[in-house]
Design a binder for this molecule. Structure first.
Ligand SMILES: [Zn+2]
Length: 256
């Protein structure tokens, strides 16, 4: 049942940013004073952010692993447990339970829809999607194209880290046919989750402003555990995990 809900969700929403393709901006070769001035400004801002990064956090911390379509991973090894019947990495059971309890206490019970998904399962969803499109009369090329738009590429889904959790305000979820839709952020309960996630060490992973950096469209339900200090910093400065880890790497290489 959970599986069919997830599959339905996968079919209905874009889990992979469609054509966001390349993360590098199309840098033109302007050598005007204004452009070099703005480059300096950007660099100064970046230096300032680096100097303010939380102490003791490293880019190599297991909570900060980046998995996306540009950084694919084979199956990772870690201990697993369940929360509300959903499998997650054991290390997030405590913060995730606290997050869900916090929402309930605030008057906004939430449903944990999805947590850990194995690479094998991602492959299954992928090939099932291709088969479905082909059965609908699409050519192999069309089926692949459509699948790429709506299904995370195998080995490229953050759900394999066990640190990601799709969480929906229960009332909204139940009254919208158990769909994962970005418009759920209109519900007060979903807004509560987004606002308070950092208090429990989670961030809303795929923000509206971060689509270029993450390669994934806005998702108002996908939360990612990164630890409290990192979650607070990322939220305060509106950074994606990709951008945050890049800053951490810069700090580390400057120290060498
Ligand atoms: Zn998700």
């Amino acid at each position: 049942m959970l599986k069919s809900t997830v599959l339905k969700g996968l079919a209905l929403v874009s889990l992979v940013g469609v054509l966001s393709g390349c993360s590098t901006s199309s840098a033109t070769n302007k050598s005007s004073a204004s452009s070099s001035q703005s480059t300096t400004k950007t660099q100064t801002k970046r230096q300032k952010l680096i100097s303010e990064l939380p102490k003791g956090v490293k880019s190599t911390d297991s909570d900060l692993i980046v998995v996306n379509k540009w950084h694919k991973h084979d199956e990772l090894t870690f201990s697993k447990s369940t929360v509300d019947g959903i499998t997650v990495r054991s290390s997030v059971v405590k913060p995730l339970t606290a997050f869900l309890n916090g929402a309930k206490k605030a008057g906004y019970p939430a449903t944990l829809v999805s947590g850990y998904r194995s690479v094998a399962y991602q492959k299954e969803v992928w090939s099932q999607s291709i088969t479905t499109y082909e059965q609908q009369g699409k050519t192999a090329a069309q089926a692949l194209k459509l699948t790429k738009e709506y299904v995370a590429v195998p080995r490229g889904s953050e759900h394999q880290t066990g640190l990601a959790a799709d969480i929906m305000n229960t009332k909204w979820f139940d009254s919208h046919d158990s769909q994962l839709l970005s418009s759920s952020d209109k519900a007060k309960g979903q807004q509560w989750l987004i606002k308070h996630a950092p208090d429990y060490g989670f961030v809303l992973r795929f923000t509206k402003s971060g689509t270029k950096s993450t390669g994934i469209d806005y998702e108002s339900w996908h939360f990612r555990y990164v630890g409290k200090a990192s979650a607070e910093f990322m939220t305060k400065h509106n950074l994606t995990l990709e951008q945050y880890v890049s800053l951490l790497k810069s700090r580390e290489s400057a120290k060498k």
